[in-house]
Design a protein around this ligand. Structure first.
Ligand code: DX5
Ligand code: ZN
Length: 216
């Protein structure tokens, strides 16, 4: 299966969100990635549900919502109401992860667990069969435009192997520092979905950059 591209709205021009969403609609992007930060789980605050609600009626692609917040289980209803296709919660933020995954699915969304760069994939051993996707952070979450952590390529390959060994079809998404070089190596290692923020939105021709990320 061809890999998917999910541009991250965090790097968009917030004064022209409608134009940016229309660009995504007209591009080969598969999903739109939305980063919600609370200033507690990560040292930054991005945007919240009003922005998701505003984007929902004009967005023609599935919304991939990445919650970098403590206690994400409290907001399953809001994320579903905002029209999310995929809800990503951090492993490090969920004490009762199995219950949270169940609640996400019951709300009609696909469920994904996100791992910080330091969190080993072995911790997924007893939950991965319940997940639609694992999101590997290839930077420390909180900011766009950071440098790619090289070890993420190896981590992607090992996660792919775990998924294969178990006979599952869990997707692997990778987020942070993705460009044509890191993106190609991640896809070769087994990544199914690549998030790209600054590489897409700071490009002079984002539609073309998305196409290049699709075609590599
Ligand atoms: C970082 C966010 C990312 C971010 C990626 O905490 O989760 O989705 O937008 O940005 P780039 O692609 O610029 O590293
Ligand atoms: Zn993200």
């Amino acid at each position: 299966m061809k890999h998917k591209i999910a541009p991250s709205l965090l790097a968009a021009d917030f004064l022209n969100l409608q134009k940016e969403v229309e660009m995504i609609n007209n591009s080969e992007a598969d999903w739109l990635h939305m980063d919600i930060m609370d200033g507690v789980f990560v040292p930054n605050i991005s945007f919240g549900f009003p922005v998701l609600d505003a984007v929902k009626p004009i967005l023609k692609k599935p919304m991939d919502v990445h919650l970098m917040i403590v206690e994400p289980q409290k907001f399953v209803k809001e994320v579903a109401a905002a029209g999310a296709y995929m809800m990503n919660v951090h492993y490090e933020a969920c004490t009762h992860l199995h219950r949270t995954i169940g609640a996400i699915k019951e709300a009609g969304m696909k469920a994904a667990v996100t791992l910080n760069p330091h969190t080993p994939i072995s911790l997924l051993e007893d939950i991965i069969q319940d997940l639609d996707m694992v999101l590997l952070m290839s930077v420390n979450p909180g900011f766009g435009g950071q440098r790619f952590i090289e070890y993420s390529v190896n981590k992607t390959a090992r996660l792919k192997e775990m998924i294969r060994e178990k006979g599952l079809d869990t997707l692997i998404e990778v987020d942070g520092g993705v460009n044509l070089d890191t993106g190609k190596r991640l896809v070769d290692a087994g990544a199914d979905v690549l998030v790209a923020g600054s590489f897409v939105f700071s490009s002079p021709d984002p539609i073309r950059t998305i196409k290049e990320l699709k075609d590599m």
